[in-house]
Design a protein around this ligand. Sequence first.
Ligand code: SAM
Ligand code: SF4
Length: 334
Amino acid sequence: MTVDALGRAMRDLRVSVTDRCNFRCSYCMPFDEYTWIERNQVLSFEEIVRVVGIFEGLGVRKVRLTGGEPLVRRDLDQLIQRINSHYATLDLSLTTNGALLGTQAASLYAAGLRRINVSLDTLRPDRFRQITKRGDLQEVLAGIEAAKRSGMSPIKINAVIIRGTNDDEILDLVRYARNNQFEMRFIEYMDVGNANNWTLDKTITKREILDTVHAEFPVREIGRANGSAPAIDYAFLDGSGEIGIIGSVTEPFCSSCTRVRLTADGKLVTCLFSESGIDIKGLLRNGADDEQIRQQIIAIWSARSDRYSDIRWENLRNGRYTAAKKIEMITLGG
Ligand SMILES: C[S@@+](CC[C@H](N)C(=O)[O-])C[C@H]1O[C@@H](n2cnc3c(N)ncnc32)[C@H](O)[C@@H]1O
Ligand code: SF4
């Protein structure tokens, strides 16, 4: 087992398949100065499958495809099909904004995809357009329906809750998820990237979310899946499903973080809040064999000592927090 400098294993791989996106969510997208990854720098499906295989050999058990918006990458179903056929025991999932699920859900399912997370922060059309700038709520709801019809399960609905933006919809989102047998997952608003002007007062805390839900739909805590998932899960006492809450700002979980990230242009990133990544694509394209790449990944992971969210929380509490430069979320994959 490969462990990092703080004794954490490497278990989950997030692969950003593109930094492009059909939405422009205000809490995620960088401002104008962002330089998009050039197409010839984006890893091919062959390259991604090869790297996934090397990670699998190093103990990774879960792979999540993300971005940017992964469904804007052409023929994504073919990548899923290839990963599934080579590494059938991997737990493969996808995070999407859902806009293209209406046309792609059936082919993604046919390629072997079963688990998806769809981002949905509001059920109000005007607000949806305001948050995403380009999105259409009906299209996303229809996309989620198409995923359900295709047979995908579980379907998890991700909502980032921001004070003064959508914090009045926590219970509406819970009702929507319960009525459709989806699992609602609330995410504390975070200081990702460099342009979202984050301040702590905009974050609705995990505790606030839990109290709001619990007052209407009583829950009991289950804990983190596998002990290392970002969300703490809660089961409704009436037996009608679960919710998860990701409290990475106010209840950081760095000590159990087993996630490694691969950017669309083949950089390895060891933390969601990293300032930079380490290039793997160069090795892939310059004739390195799997063992050389494996040794490079081991070296990177062994040196990992990231604990950004722990430190952020310490600094927030003692008034020393300042925004640090980071890789954009669309680059490294949320
Ligand atoms: C970067 S997106 C990529 C996948 C896809 N485009 C989507 O929106 O689901 C992955 C997740 O990150 C979340 N996210 C983006 N910016 C965030 C922020 N500032 N704080 C918390 N979560 C954020 C999104 O809501 C989404 O659930
Ligand atoms: S959260 Fe997802 S859909 Fe929204 S801008 Fe970021 S990558 Fe695009």
